[in-house]
Design a binder for this molecule. Structure first.
Ligand code: PGA
Length: 245
């Protein structure tokens, strides 16, 4: 794993966006794995700015999102489909038909998981996966204890995740308790992974990732088994390393 240290969230976002743009320019048909949450919002804003200013095109790009809440339709403002449309897709020239997010409204959710996994296989996998990390080490919605062999599956969200995500909802009771997520083996099949980490509250997770053992109790630790992971972390997240190393 390579770690790029940056000053703050803004610089993390700019650095990540430049990294992604370079890959898109090199390979206009790139398959990108995308993440939601607070962490990548600044990166997506930079991609939009660049698209407007420099005309970087996403017409041939295919995207696969990591996860989606079960029970929220795409027009629900807390769904990840809505997030992606409003944080990125509506503002670049991407072909909507090439943006893939699991459906949390599918009549047969297990079938939806199988379909998503098949779709990824059919596209020969993701070239560059953008990831955030949960304070409990989750990647996608793969909570602690998830098998490293897992494929796209249905998860029960950890209470810490529900609490962390409650900030986006009016009431904590409104946060879905289940989601569909790419599995850990699905994520690991990506050719390259870019992990974004910002803020003091992610310091402990970053410390465990870098210094801890590889174990299913801390899902992100599996990234150490991947040959091509770049972490862009800001000083606030890295500070913890300095204290302990
Ligand atoms: P966050 O979430 O970007 O909102 O902190 C990251 C994650 O839970 O994977």
């Amino acid at each position: 794993m390579k770690i790029i240290e940056v000053n703050d969230y803004q610089q993390m976002s700019t650095t990540a966006a430049e990294y992604i743009i370079e890959k898109v320019v090199q390979n206009p048909s790139i398959k990108l794995g995308l993440a939601t949450g607070s962490t990548p919002i600044g990166t997506y804003q930079r991609l939009i700015e660049d698209h407007r200013k420099n005309g970087t095109s996403y017409q041939k790009v295919t995207t696969f999102n990591l996860d989606e809440y079960i029970g929220l339709a795409g027009d629900n403002q807390n769904s990840y489909r809505y997030f992606m449309d409003h944080q990125l897709f509506n503002y670049i020239d991407i072909n909507n038909a090439k943006t893939n997010i699991p459906s949390g409204m599918a009549a047969d959710l297990q079938e939806e998981c199988n379909h998503y996994e098949d779709l990824l296989t059919k596209h020969s996998g993701i070239d560059l996966q953008i990831l955030g990390i949960g304070s409990n080490g989750h990647i996608g919605f793969n909570e602690p204890g998830t098998s490293f062999a897992s494929k796209t599956h249905i998860v029960e969200l950890a209470s810490s995740t529900i609490q962390a995500n409650a900030r986006f909802f009016n009431r904590i009771e409104d946060v879905p308790t289940q989601a569909i997520t790419m599995g850990i083996s699905t994520i690991l099949k990506s050719k390259e992974i870019l992990l974004l980490v910002s803020g003091e509250e992610k310091g402990e997770a970053l410390f465990r990732l870098v210094n801890g053992e590889i174990h299913e109790s801390f899902p992100a630790s599996v990234l150490k088994n991947h040959p091509c992971v770049t972490i862009i972390a800001d000083k606030a997240a890295i500070a913890k390393q300095r204290v302990y190393c």
